[in-house]
Design a protein around this ligand. Structure first.
Ligand SMILES: O=P(O)(O)OC[C@H]1O[C@H](O[C@H]2O[C@H](CO)[C@@H](O)[C@H](O)[C@H]2O)[C@H](O)[C@@H](O)[C@@H]1O
Length: 369
Protein backbone atom coordinates (compact mmCIF):
# COMPACT_ATOMS: atom_id res chain seq x y z
CA UNK A 1 0.00 0.00 0.00
CA UNK A 2 1.50 3.34 -1.02
CA UNK A 3 1.17 6.14 1.51
CA UNK A 4 1.03 9.64 0.10
CA UNK A 5 2.62 12.46 2.06
CA UNK A 6 0.65 15.54 1.09
CA UNK A 7 1.58 19.06 2.06
CA UNK A 8 -1.31 21.44 2.68
CA UNK A 9 -3.94 19.13 1.29
CA UNK A 10 -6.74 21.68 1.76
CA UNK A 11 -7.74 24.59 -0.43
CA UNK A 12 -5.46 23.71 -3.35
CA UNK A 13 -6.26 24.87 -6.84
CA UNK A 14 -6.18 22.47 -9.79
CA UNK A 15 -2.85 23.88 -10.89
CA UNK A 16 -1.09 23.58 -7.53
CA UNK A 17 1.48 20.90 -7.05
CA UNK A 18 1.44 18.22 -4.40
CA UNK A 19 4.53 16.63 -2.95
CA UNK A 20 4.38 12.91 -2.64
CA UNK A 21 6.74 10.43 -1.05
CA UNK A 22 9.46 8.51 -2.86
CA UNK A 23 7.42 5.34 -2.37
CA UNK A 24 4.99 6.61 -4.97
CA UNK A 25 7.63 6.93 -7.68
CA UNK A 26 6.87 3.57 -9.16
CA UNK A 27 3.35 4.60 -10.08
CA UNK A 28 3.56 8.36 -10.52
CA UNK A 29 5.73 10.02 -13.18
CA UNK A 30 8.69 12.02 -11.88
CA UNK A 31 8.91 15.79 -11.78
CA UNK A 32 12.13 17.72 -11.13
CA UNK A 33 10.98 20.58 -8.82
CA UNK A 34 10.67 18.54 -5.65
CA UNK A 35 12.94 18.49 -2.58
CA UNK A 36 15.27 15.47 -2.28
CA UNK A 37 13.40 12.32 -1.38
CA UNK A 38 10.13 13.65 -2.85
CA UNK A 39 8.62 14.08 -6.27
CA UNK A 40 6.23 16.80 -7.30
CA UNK A 41 3.09 16.30 -9.33
CA UNK A 42 0.18 18.54 -10.29
CA UNK A 43 -2.98 17.98 -8.29
CA UNK A 44 -4.85 17.15 -11.50
CA UNK A 45 -2.37 14.38 -12.33
CA UNK A 46 -2.38 13.16 -8.76
CA UNK A 47 -6.17 12.89 -8.72
CA UNK A 48 -6.09 11.02 -12.03
CA UNK A 49 -3.51 8.59 -10.63
CA UNK A 50 -5.46 8.23 -7.39
CA UNK A 51 -8.46 7.29 -9.49
CA UNK A 52 -6.43 4.56 -11.17
CA UNK A 53 -5.20 3.33 -7.78
CA UNK A 54 -8.71 3.43 -6.32
CA UNK A 55 -10.00 1.51 -9.30
CA UNK A 56 -7.21 -1.03 -8.83
CA UNK A 57 -8.20 -1.33 -5.17
CA UNK A 58 -11.86 -1.76 -6.13
CA UNK A 59 -10.91 -4.55 -8.54
CA UNK A 60 -8.78 -6.19 -5.85
CA UNK A 61 -11.74 -5.93 -3.49
CA UNK A 62 -13.92 -7.71 -6.05
CA UNK A 63 -11.31 -10.42 -6.55
CA UNK A 64 -11.07 -10.90 -2.76
CA UNK A 65 -14.81 -11.19 -2.61
CA UNK A 66 -14.76 -13.69 -5.51
CA UNK A 67 -12.31 -15.80 -3.49
CA UNK A 68 -14.57 -15.53 -0.48
CA UNK A 69 -17.53 -16.76 -2.53
CA UNK A 70 -15.95 -20.20 -2.47
CA UNK A 71 -16.81 -21.80 0.85
CA UNK A 72 -13.72 -24.00 0.75
CA UNK A 73 -11.42 -21.03 0.37
CA UNK A 74 -9.76 -19.91 3.65
CA UNK A 75 -10.77 -16.31 2.82
CA UNK A 76 -14.42 -17.34 2.88
CA UNK A 77 -14.37 -17.62 6.65
CA UNK A 78 -15.18 -14.35 8.36
CA UNK A 79 -12.17 -13.21 10.41
CA UNK A 80 -14.38 -13.50 13.49
CA UNK A 81 -14.61 -17.27 12.97
CA UNK A 82 -10.99 -18.32 12.79
CA UNK A 83 -10.31 -20.32 15.95
CA UNK A 84 -11.76 -23.60 17.23
CA UNK A 85 -13.37 -21.76 20.11
CA UNK A 86 -15.03 -19.27 17.79
CA UNK A 87 -16.18 -22.13 15.58
CA UNK A 88 -17.97 -23.79 18.47
CA UNK A 89 -19.46 -20.46 19.47
CA UNK A 90 -20.77 -20.10 15.87
CA UNK A 91 -22.36 -23.55 16.15
CA UNK A 92 -23.90 -22.57 19.50
CA UNK A 93 -25.50 -19.60 17.79
CA UNK A 94 -26.51 -21.55 14.67
CA UNK A 95 -27.06 -25.16 15.74
CA UNK A 96 -27.86 -27.99 13.37
CA UNK A 97 -31.51 -27.96 12.27
CA UNK A 98 -31.47 -31.76 12.53
CA UNK A 99 -30.28 -31.71 16.12
CA UNK A 100 -32.82 -28.98 16.91
CA UNK A 101 -35.65 -30.65 15.01
CA UNK A 102 -37.93 -31.06 18.05
CA UNK A 103 -37.24 -27.50 19.15
CA UNK A 104 -38.19 -26.20 15.68
CA UNK A 105 -41.45 -28.16 15.46
CA UNK A 106 -42.31 -27.15 19.04
CA UNK A 107 -41.67 -23.50 18.14
CA UNK A 108 -44.13 -23.79 15.26
CA UNK A 109 -46.73 -24.25 18.02
CA UNK A 110 -49.67 -25.33 15.85
CA UNK A 111 -49.14 -22.50 13.35
CA UNK A 112 -49.24 -23.15 9.60
CA UNK A 113 -45.74 -24.14 8.50
CA UNK A 114 -44.84 -22.80 5.04
CA UNK A 115 -41.65 -24.07 3.40
CA UNK A 116 -39.35 -22.00 1.17
CA UNK A 117 -36.51 -23.79 -0.58
CA UNK A 118 -33.62 -22.39 -2.54
CA UNK A 119 -32.60 -24.67 -5.44
CA UNK A 120 -28.85 -24.74 -6.19
CA UNK A 121 -26.77 -25.98 -3.28
CA UNK A 122 -29.94 -26.71 -1.30
CA UNK A 123 -31.94 -29.23 -3.32
CA UNK A 124 -29.17 -30.04 -5.78
CA UNK A 125 -25.43 -30.29 -5.17
CA UNK A 126 -23.19 -27.57 -6.60
CA UNK A 127 -21.59 -28.75 -9.86
CA UNK A 128 -19.36 -27.08 -12.45
CA UNK A 129 -21.97 -26.97 -15.21
CA UNK A 130 -25.12 -25.03 -14.21
CA UNK A 131 -27.12 -26.95 -16.84
CA UNK A 132 -26.37 -30.23 -15.07
CA UNK A 133 -27.41 -29.31 -11.54
CA UNK A 134 -29.98 -32.09 -11.32
CA UNK A 135 -31.84 -32.92 -8.15
CA UNK A 136 -32.08 -36.59 -7.30
CA UNK A 137 -35.35 -38.50 -7.81
CA UNK A 138 -35.31 -39.18 -4.07
CA UNK A 139 -35.16 -35.45 -3.36
CA UNK A 140 -38.00 -34.87 -5.85
CA UNK A 141 -40.15 -37.51 -4.14
CA UNK A 142 -39.39 -35.89 -0.77
CA UNK A 143 -40.36 -32.42 -2.00
CA UNK A 144 -43.54 -33.85 -3.53
CA UNK A 145 -44.54 -35.37 -0.21
CA UNK A 146 -43.59 -32.18 1.57
CA UNK A 147 -45.90 -30.13 -0.66
CA UNK A 148 -48.78 -32.41 0.33
CA UNK A 149 -48.17 -31.48 3.98
CA UNK A 150 -47.26 -27.77 3.73
CA UNK A 151 -47.47 -24.98 1.16
CA UNK A 152 -44.04 -25.20 -0.48
CA UNK A 153 -42.17 -22.69 -2.63
CA UNK A 154 -38.91 -22.76 -4.58
CA UNK A 155 -37.10 -19.41 -4.38
CA UNK A 156 -34.17 -19.24 -6.78
CA UNK A 157 -31.82 -17.07 -8.81
CA UNK A 158 -32.59 -19.20 -11.85
CA UNK A 159 -35.33 -18.27 -14.28
CA UNK A 160 -38.65 -20.07 -13.84
CA UNK A 161 -38.40 -22.31 -16.91
CA UNK A 162 -34.97 -23.62 -15.96
CA UNK A 163 -35.83 -24.34 -12.35
CA UNK A 164 -39.14 -25.94 -13.34
CA UNK A 165 -37.28 -28.24 -15.75
CA UNK A 166 -35.18 -29.44 -12.84
CA UNK A 167 -37.90 -29.70 -10.19
CA UNK A 168 -40.87 -30.75 -12.38
CA UNK A 169 -43.50 -30.42 -9.66
CA UNK A 170 -46.60 -28.45 -10.69
CA UNK A 171 -47.99 -28.30 -7.17
CA UNK A 172 -45.29 -25.90 -5.90
CA UNK A 173 -45.04 -22.13 -5.86
CA UNK A 174 -42.02 -20.80 -7.75
CA UNK A 175 -40.16 -17.51 -7.35
CA UNK A 176 -37.54 -17.38 -10.12
CA UNK A 177 -34.94 -14.71 -11.02
CA UNK A 178 -34.31 -13.96 -7.32
CA UNK A 179 -38.02 -13.57 -6.67
CA UNK A 180 -38.70 -11.27 -9.65
CA UNK A 181 -40.82 -13.89 -11.41
CA UNK A 182 -43.44 -15.49 -9.18
CA UNK A 183 -45.87 -18.17 -10.16
CA UNK A 184 -48.17 -20.36 -8.13
CA UNK A 185 -50.04 -23.58 -8.75
CA UNK A 186 -53.52 -23.38 -10.31
CA UNK A 187 -55.35 -23.01 -7.01
CA UNK A 188 -54.76 -21.31 -3.71
CA UNK A 189 -54.12 -17.64 -4.34
CA UNK A 190 -56.69 -15.06 -3.51
CA UNK A 191 -55.41 -11.51 -3.52
CA UNK A 192 -53.21 -11.01 -6.55
CA UNK A 193 -53.55 -11.01 -10.30
CA UNK A 194 -54.06 -14.48 -11.72
CA UNK A 195 -53.23 -15.78 -15.17
CA UNK A 196 -55.13 -18.98 -15.94
CA UNK A 197 -55.84 -19.16 -12.22
CA UNK A 198 -52.16 -19.17 -11.43
CA UNK A 199 -50.51 -16.22 -9.70
CA UNK A 200 -48.05 -14.30 -11.80
CA UNK A 201 -46.07 -11.40 -10.38
CA UNK A 202 -43.17 -9.76 -12.17
CA UNK A 203 -42.03 -6.58 -10.42
CA UNK A 204 -39.18 -6.03 -12.90
CA UNK A 205 -41.01 -6.71 -16.17
CA UNK A 206 -39.92 -3.33 -17.60
CA UNK A 207 -36.30 -4.51 -17.41
CA UNK A 208 -36.75 -7.54 -19.65
CA UNK A 209 -35.29 -5.97 -22.85
CA UNK A 210 -32.42 -4.44 -20.87
CA UNK A 211 -31.43 -7.75 -19.27
CA UNK A 212 -31.60 -9.43 -22.64
CA UNK A 213 -29.33 -6.78 -24.14
CA UNK A 214 -26.85 -6.88 -21.26
CA UNK A 215 -26.80 -10.69 -21.43
CA UNK A 216 -25.77 -10.55 -25.09
CA UNK A 217 -23.11 -7.94 -24.38
CA UNK A 218 -21.70 -9.97 -21.49
CA UNK A 219 -21.54 -13.03 -23.74
CA UNK A 220 -19.61 -11.06 -26.35
CA UNK A 221 -17.32 -9.27 -23.88
CA UNK A 222 -16.31 -12.39 -21.94
CA UNK A 223 -16.09 -14.85 -24.83
CA UNK A 224 -12.29 -14.87 -24.87
CA UNK A 225 -12.00 -15.70 -21.15
CA UNK A 226 -11.82 -19.49 -20.90
CA UNK A 227 -14.33 -21.15 -18.57
CA UNK A 228 -16.84 -18.28 -18.31
CA UNK A 229 -20.50 -19.24 -18.56
CA UNK A 230 -23.05 -16.47 -19.07
CA UNK A 231 -26.64 -17.41 -18.28
CA UNK A 232 -29.81 -15.56 -19.14
CA UNK A 233 -32.07 -15.88 -16.13
CA UNK A 234 -34.81 -13.67 -17.63
CA UNK A 235 -34.77 -10.82 -15.05
CA UNK A 236 -31.15 -11.43 -14.15
CA UNK A 237 -27.96 -12.25 -16.07
CA UNK A 238 -25.46 -14.53 -14.36
CA UNK A 239 -21.73 -14.66 -15.13
CA UNK A 240 -20.21 -17.84 -13.72
CA UNK A 241 -16.50 -17.93 -12.88
CA UNK A 242 -16.35 -21.35 -11.17
CA UNK A 243 -14.29 -22.72 -14.06
CA UNK A 244 -12.25 -19.57 -14.75
CA UNK A 245 -8.58 -19.62 -13.75
CA UNK A 246 -8.11 -17.39 -10.68
CA UNK A 247 -5.38 -15.49 -12.57
CA UNK A 248 -8.07 -14.29 -14.99
CA UNK A 249 -10.50 -13.05 -12.35
CA UNK A 250 -9.43 -9.40 -12.37
CA UNK A 251 -9.65 -9.40 -16.18
CA UNK A 252 -13.19 -10.77 -15.86
CA UNK A 253 -14.15 -8.08 -13.32
CA UNK A 254 -12.95 -5.44 -15.79
CA UNK A 255 -14.96 -7.01 -18.61
CA UNK A 256 -18.16 -7.22 -16.57
CA UNK A 257 -17.75 -3.69 -15.23
CA UNK A 258 -17.07 -2.27 -18.66
CA UNK A 259 -20.44 -3.62 -19.81
CA UNK A 260 -22.26 -2.52 -16.68
CA UNK A 261 -21.02 1.07 -16.72
CA UNK A 262 -23.49 1.67 -19.57
CA UNK A 263 -26.35 0.40 -17.39
CA UNK A 264 -26.70 2.51 -14.25
CA UNK A 265 -30.11 0.95 -13.55
CA UNK A 266 -28.59 -2.50 -13.08
CA UNK A 267 -26.66 -3.71 -10.06
CA UNK A 268 -23.99 -6.33 -9.60
CA UNK A 269 -24.23 -8.88 -6.79
CA UNK A 270 -22.28 -11.99 -6.09
CA UNK A 271 -23.39 -15.54 -5.40
CA UNK A 272 -21.43 -18.77 -5.27
CA UNK A 273 -18.74 -18.18 -7.88
CA UNK A 274 -21.19 -16.20 -9.94
CA UNK A 275 -21.87 -12.52 -10.63
CA UNK A 276 -25.56 -11.72 -10.71
CA UNK A 277 -26.59 -8.66 -12.71
CA UNK A 278 -30.06 -7.50 -11.78
CA UNK A 279 -32.39 -4.52 -11.92
CA UNK A 280 -31.82 -1.88 -9.28
CA UNK A 281 -35.22 -2.32 -7.71
CA UNK A 282 -36.20 -2.89 -4.10
CA UNK A 283 -36.92 -6.56 -4.59
CA UNK A 284 -35.12 -9.66 -3.46
CA UNK A 285 -35.75 -13.15 -2.09
CA UNK A 286 -36.91 -11.63 1.21
CA UNK A 287 -39.54 -9.53 -0.56
CA UNK A 288 -40.60 -12.59 -2.57
CA UNK A 289 -41.05 -14.56 0.65
CA UNK A 290 -43.20 -11.77 2.08
CA UNK A 291 -45.23 -11.57 -1.13
CA UNK A 292 -45.87 -15.32 -1.13
CA UNK A 293 -46.90 -15.30 2.52
CA UNK A 294 -49.33 -12.48 1.80
CA UNK A 295 -50.68 -14.31 -1.24
CA UNK A 296 -51.26 -17.35 0.92
CA UNK A 297 -53.32 -15.19 3.28
CA UNK A 298 -50.67 -14.77 6.00
CA UNK A 299 -49.85 -11.11 5.38
CA UNK A 300 -50.77 -9.82 8.80
CA UNK A 301 -51.28 -13.13 10.49
CA UNK A 302 -49.22 -14.41 13.37
CA UNK A 303 -50.53 -17.87 12.68
CA UNK A 304 -47.77 -18.83 10.29
CA UNK A 305 -44.34 -20.40 10.76
CA UNK A 306 -42.21 -19.96 7.61
CA UNK A 307 -39.11 -22.12 7.24
CA UNK A 308 -36.61 -20.87 4.65
CA UNK A 309 -33.68 -23.10 3.63
CA UNK A 310 -30.89 -21.74 1.44
CA UNK A 311 -27.14 -21.74 0.91
CA UNK A 312 -26.36 -18.51 -0.85
CA UNK A 313 -25.68 -14.86 -0.05
CA UNK A 314 -28.91 -13.97 -1.84
CA UNK A 315 -30.81 -16.13 0.68
CA UNK A 316 -29.67 -13.80 3.45
CA UNK A 317 -32.39 -11.31 2.41
CA UNK A 318 -34.97 -13.97 3.24
CA UNK A 319 -33.28 -14.95 6.51
CA UNK A 320 -33.25 -11.29 7.50
CA UNK A 321 -36.90 -10.86 6.54
CA UNK A 322 -37.81 -13.72 8.90
CA UNK A 323 -35.70 -12.23 11.69
CA UNK A 324 -37.30 -8.82 11.19
CA UNK A 325 -40.80 -10.33 11.19
CA UNK A 326 -39.89 -12.41 14.23
CA UNK A 327 -41.43 -15.43 12.55
CA UNK A 328 -40.34 -18.95 11.66
CA UNK A 329 -36.69 -19.74 11.04
CA UNK A 330 -33.94 -19.53 8.48
CA UNK A 331 -31.68 -22.51 7.83
CA UNK A 332 -28.30 -21.95 6.16
CA UNK A 333 -26.96 -24.83 4.07
CA UNK A 334 -23.20 -24.81 4.58
CA UNK A 335 -20.36 -26.98 5.73
CA UNK A 336 -18.50 -23.84 6.81
CA UNK A 337 -19.37 -21.10 9.27
CA UNK A 338 -20.51 -17.92 7.58
CA UNK A 339 -21.88 -14.58 8.65
CA UNK A 340 -25.60 -15.23 8.46
CA UNK A 341 -29.02 -14.19 9.68
CA UNK A 342 -30.15 -17.82 9.63
CA UNK A 343 -30.88 -19.49 12.96
CA UNK A 344 -29.78 -23.03 12.10
CA UNK A 345 -27.56 -24.83 9.63
CA UNK A 346 -27.64 -28.01 7.57
CA UNK A 347 -24.46 -29.23 5.95
CA UNK A 348 -25.55 -30.14 2.45
CA UNK A 349 -28.51 -31.23 0.26
CA UNK A 350 -28.51 -34.72 1.80
CA UNK A 351 -29.05 -33.20 5.25
CA UNK A 352 -31.73 -30.95 3.73
CA UNK A 353 -33.51 -34.05 2.42
CA UNK A 354 -33.23 -35.72 5.82
CA UNK A 355 -34.71 -32.63 7.50
CA UNK A 356 -37.60 -32.44 4.98
CA UNK A 357 -38.35 -36.15 5.41
CA UNK A 358 -38.52 -35.66 9.18
CA UNK A 359 -40.92 -32.75 8.69
CA UNK A 360 -43.18 -34.96 6.55
CA UNK A 361 -43.06 -37.79 9.12
CA UNK A 362 -43.77 -35.34 11.96
CA UNK A 363 -46.71 -33.80 10.11
CA UNK A 364 -48.20 -37.22 9.38
CA UNK A 365 -48.14 -37.99 13.09
CA UNK A 366 -50.07 -34.87 14.03
CA UNK A 367 -53.64 -35.44 15.21
CA UNK A 368 -56.25 -34.99 12.50
CA UNK A 369 -53.91 -35.72 9.59
O1 LIG B 1 -30.86 -19.15 -5.82
P1 LIG B 1 -30.25 -20.45 -6.26
O2 LIG B 1 -31.26 -21.49 -6.59
O3 LIG B 1 -29.20 -20.94 -5.31
O4 LIG B 1 -29.52 -20.08 -7.62
C1 LIG B 1 -28.34 -19.30 -7.60
C2 LIG B 1 -27.54 -19.59 -8.85
O5 LIG B 1 -27.45 -21.00 -8.93
C3 LIG B 1 -26.81 -21.54 -10.06
O6 LIG B 1 -25.42 -21.33 -9.91
C4 LIG B 1 -24.87 -22.04 -8.83
O7 LIG B 1 -25.03 -23.44 -9.05
C5 LIG B 1 -24.31 -23.95 -10.21
C6 LIG B 1 -24.66 -25.41 -10.38
O8 LIG B 1 -24.35 -26.16 -9.24
C7 LIG B 1 -22.82 -23.69 -10.02
O9 LIG B 1 -22.09 -24.15 -11.16
C8 LIG B 1 -22.57 -22.20 -9.81
O10 LIG B 1 -21.22 -21.96 -9.52
C9 LIG B 1 -23.42 -21.67 -8.65
O11 LIG B 1 -23.32 -20.25 -8.55
C10 LIG B 1 -27.38 -20.99 -11.34
O12 LIG B 1 -26.65 -21.45 -12.45
C11 LIG B 1 -27.46 -19.48 -11.31
O13 LIG B 1 -28.15 -19.05 -12.47
C12 LIG B 1 -28.26 -19.08 -10.08
O14 LIG B 1 -28.38 -17.67 -10.03
Amino acid sequence: MVSFVMEKPHRMSESQNVVVSEAARSIIPNNSSAPPGFISISKKKLLKNLEIINDGERINAWVDSMRASSPTHPKSLPSSISSEQQLSSWIMQHPSALEMFEKITEASGGKQIVIFLDYDGTLSPIVDDPDRAFMSSKMRRTVKKLAKCFPTAIVTGRCLDKVYNFVKLAELYYAGSHGMDIKGPAKGFSRHKRVKQSLLYQPASAYLPMIDEVYRQLLEKTKSTPGVIVENNKFCASVHFRCVDEKKWSELVLEVRSVLKEYPRLKLNQGRKVFEIRPMIEWDKGKALEFLLESLGFGNSNNVFPVYIGDDRTDEDAFKMLRDRGEGCGVLVSKFPKDTDASYYLQDPSEVMNFLQRLVAWKQMQPGV
